[in-house]
Ligand binder design. Structure first.
Ligand code: GLU
Length: 474
């Protein structure tokens, strides 16, 4: 029987970061929503690097974005495309618009444009270019000033309105009289930001633009240019920003905003995806869902109109869930490099067994690595103070007995060790701490450890006996 496979659709989304820094949480969330929308519709997700701001874009930032996308496993179907490699195409479209009369050369100097703006301001109007070089039927343009390189302006519609039905915010409309004749090419011929976005969205056949709502003001300009080009504008959905726990815009002040810092701090990408998806999107009351479920359920109707709030405690809760749910061997593989970074030896022990013991109370991989150092780090004898307090003569006697009987156990396992401890407590009529604390201190150097029988088991018979032996030899 052949399996039913949904046909690919024409849905095409994109994530279009400007590589001026690391990938921040807001950007990662926008990328995730665009990715999930494309996946849900069996469409295509495109990655486009908007690197035309030469002063602020760096190759390191490009790499940081690519690394973060890879960590989150948000794989583009097409791209990365780089705007700096598309300059010829932008120039071609500018030339075509000049020829078609939808754009024009403007020879006003920056000082003149500033004077126009000032004049409008003084008259109580919105500061704007006054249209000096805008060609109109029957209008005579001023003589071209010698030696002046012109900018190219878009001949923006002056009446009516430009609007769209935002996928998240609903209907939005701007009066065209509000929109200036946008500069689309600078005097040196290089295209400007909004223009490149338009040409790219058009050429890349983007059907749905999901992006931060800091771009709402750009949208009517982009739509107007697309229409002038005879293109159908995509659908737009503008995602509200993320707020910090205190209600202010999320910033460094609230902790890490660099996605990769979460990798370094020991968060699982699966947990990060789950948490980010819930920041501004919901599927009923579901808090924990897999990538596959996200793709199956994702829609723009359940994207929230109001800003989401960053909640580090909830992120920890989600991460703890994913850690607990993860297979012990897989978890061990993720924690091993972090143990090495602490100068521990992850191969010194059955690390998967250690994970099984520790994972129920860890919130991050780093915490797991630190906890695992009990098994993977060098043995450090307890402080003299702890020894003096807990390892008196009667305790040493108990430990010696324990060592003799542990050496004789037919099977080294958590259950036989637990039974041995219990038997000794009964025989000596003592309570658990009387034996367990000296055992912990003697064998691990610490007063607090996870369940002692499991710890002894994982350390192994040879290690446990050697440490107990060293003690009685003193
Ligand atoms: N490059 C823009 C940014 O990083 C996004 C542009 C867009 O999505 O249209 O904010």
């Amino acid at each position: 029987m052949t399996q039913a496979v949904s046909p690919p659709s024409a849905i095409r989304t994109r994530f279009a970061p400007s590589p001026t820094g690391f990938l921040h949480l807001g950007g990662a969330r926008t990328a995730l929503f665009s990715w999930a929308y494309a996946r849900h519709h069996h469409g295509k997700f495109i990655l486009r690097i908007e690197d035309t701001d030469l002063e602020r874009s760096t190759p390191e930032a490009v790499q940081a974005i690519l690394d973060a996308m890879q960590w989150l496993d948000l794989r583009p179907d097409e791209g990365p495309f780089y705007q700096m490699r598309r300059m010829d195409r932008y120039r071609e479209v500018i030339a075509a618009m000049l020829a078609a009369g939808t754009a024009y050369y403007c020879y006003s100097s920056p000082a003149e444009v500033e004077a126009m703006r000032e004049k409008a301001r003084a008259a109580g109007n919105k500061p704007r270019y006054d249209g000096t070089w805008r060609p109109e039927p029957g209008k005579t343009l001023p003589p071209i000033p010698p030696d002046r390189k012109p900018v190219v302006r878009f001949k923006s519609p002056q009446s009516g309105a430009t609007g769209w039905n935002d996928l998240i915010k609903g209907p939005i409309s701007f009066d065209n009289s509000e929109l200036d004749d946008l500069v689309i090419a600078r005097p040196d011929g290089t295209p400007t930001y909004n223009f490149c976005v338009v040409v790219d969205d058009w050429d890349m056949k983007i059907t749905h633009v999901i992006r931060g709502d800091d771009h709402v003001n750009n949208t009517p300009r982009q739509i107007a240019i697309l229409r002038a080009l005879g293109a159908t504008p995509p659908e737009y959905g503008h995602v509200p920003m993320i707020l910090g726990p205190d209600g202010d815009k999320l910033s460094k002040r609230h902790g890490a905003v660099n996605v990769m810092q979460y990798e370094r701090d020991g968060y699982l990408p699966e947990a990060m995806i789950n948490y980010l998806a819930r920041l501004g999107w919901s599927h009923g009351d579901e808090e924990i869902f897999s990538r596959e479920q996200l793709v199956e359920w994702f829609d723009t109707r359940h994207l929230s109109k109001s800003p989401a709030q960053w909640d580090p405690k909830k992120l920890n809760w989600v991460n703890a869930h994913y850690i607990r749910a993860m297979d012990d061997t897989a978890l061990a593989a993720r924690v091993a490099p972090r143990i090495r970074a602490l100068n521990g030896d992850p191969d010194a022990i059955d690390l998967a067994g250690v994970m099984a013991l520790l994972k129920t109370r860890a919130e991050t991989l780093n915490q797991l690595a630190e906890d695992a150092m009990l098994f993977c780090g060098p043995y450090q004898a307890a402080s003299e103070g702890l020894q003096a307090q807990y390892l008196d003569a009667s305790a040493i006697e108990l430990l010696n007995e324990f060592a003799r009987r542990a050496a004789a156990l037919p099977d080294w396992g958590t259950a036989p060790l637990s039974a041995l401890i219990k038997a000794m407590l009964d025989e000596h009529a003592i309570k658990m701490p009387k034996l367990a604390i000296p055992l912990r201190i003697a064998v691990t150097g610490r007063k607090h450890t996870p369940s002692i029988d499991a710890v002894l088991f994982l350390l192994g018979r040879a290690t446990v006996l050697a440490r107990l032996d060293a003690l009685s030899g003193e």
